[in-house]
Write a protein that binds this ligand. Sequence first.
Ligand SMILES: Cc1cc2nc3c(=O)[nH]c(=O)nc-3n(C[C@H](O)[C@H](O)[C@H](O)COP(=O)(O)OP(=O)(O)OC[C@H]3O[C@@H](n4cnc5c(N)ncnc54)[C@H](O)[C@@H]3O)c2cc1C
Length: 393
Amino acid sequence: MGGPCVPSLPVMEALFSLSEEHQMIRDSAREYAERILKPNAARWDREETFPEEAVREAAASGFLGLTTDEEYGGAGLGNLHAAILLEEVNRWCASTGVTISVHNSLVCSPIQKWGTEDQKARWLPRLASGELLGAYCLTEPQSGSDAAAMKTVAKRTDGGWVLNGTKAWITSGTHAGLFVVYAITDPGGRKGRNVGCFLIPAGAPGLEIGKKEEKLGIRASSTTEILLQEVFVPDEDVLGDPGQGFKIALDTLDGGRIGIASQALGIHRACLEDSLKYAQEREQFGQPIFRFQAIAWKLADMATELEAARLLVHRAAWLRDQRARCTKECSMAKLFASQACNRAAQDAVQIHGGAGYTTEFEVERYYRDARITEIYEGATDIQRLVISRHLAQ
Ligand SMILES: Cc1cc2nc3c(=O)[nH]c(=O)nc-3n(C[C@H](O)[C@H](O)[C@H](O)COP(=O)(O)OP(=O)(O)OC[C@H]3O[C@@H](n4cnc5c(N)ncnc54)[C@H](O)[C@@H]3O)c2cc1C
């Protein structure tokens, strides 16, 4: 079944009290979020403006090389640090949150883990410094949950591979400097064992940015198609073995799911904080609506579920930092945190009444942003599939 049944003392410490280092990252992320994101997030969302200033400042603060080793210009921190940071960032701006999460967990981490010395030296310092933003290209128009059914093909040629295909829903597509692209390397091979992982810089001949999606939420994050036509990738930019790509993609998603679960924590906390404030200020029938048990109990549930979700997320992050098997725990964290976040967003709008249905109050944005946490990096049903498969092992 994987994972310890009885938490050891260090696990309990990691879960119940943050170390000084973890507190420092939380404080610096909170300062960044309140200074840069809080005043701008609603406007960026309304105008669908990519948060360039936020990404620049994140790079300057070292947030784009969080889990990248120090020798490659990163901060050399762990998944728990990243989870704590991402909750703070997503508290104010989920668009910036996903941009930072994808860059660290889906692009830097696999290069750090699976890359050759040469690949790490060539790509990681540029990613950690923010010179390049990363994008992860797995999904295609016809293959979402069933990602191994991708049609993008990499054909062997002298000194490398030639890629053709279309990737869909790619976060940071318009601004990425490096695309991590998954493609079939052996069309007749076994499904999932016939995929390669390719590192392709923006501007590579044949790589084009396609349609930009107009979205319900995280509207300041850019989401685009990526079109690949006869794109040559030299052998030195194949990550892992040419048949190992799907394994890399799935392992990478374990870490990514901690990032999205942390995003859910941030949005959930925003719903709770804003609703608590509103419920104590808004009066009906001669008293603050917080005095009505129906409202107070909603807030009690919201607060309890936030704490429960945070424990699951921090446990998954801590386990991944120990290099323990934690696919099930990452899926549990994402499943619970994203659903709890959506329940909180639903209640937050309800507590705000008509005001919550307008752009004057931020809960309207949180409600829209919450939806995505149940969809990307494995929809809710896919998390259940992963968890149940592990239960039956
Ligand atoms: C804003 C946004 C950003 C994204 N960013 C990226 C990115 O950067 N890189 C990337 O590669 N992808 C990205 N994605 C793609 C995302 O990961 C997929 O949308 C997601 O995996 C779901 O795939 P799908 O949309 O094709 O839905 P489908 O797979 O068609 O699923 C539709 C519904 O069917 C359910 N379903 C499917 N299979 C099963 C099953 N076996 N059992 C039960 N129910 C099932 C799903 O849960 C879902 O409810 C992004 C998507 C969005 C919307």
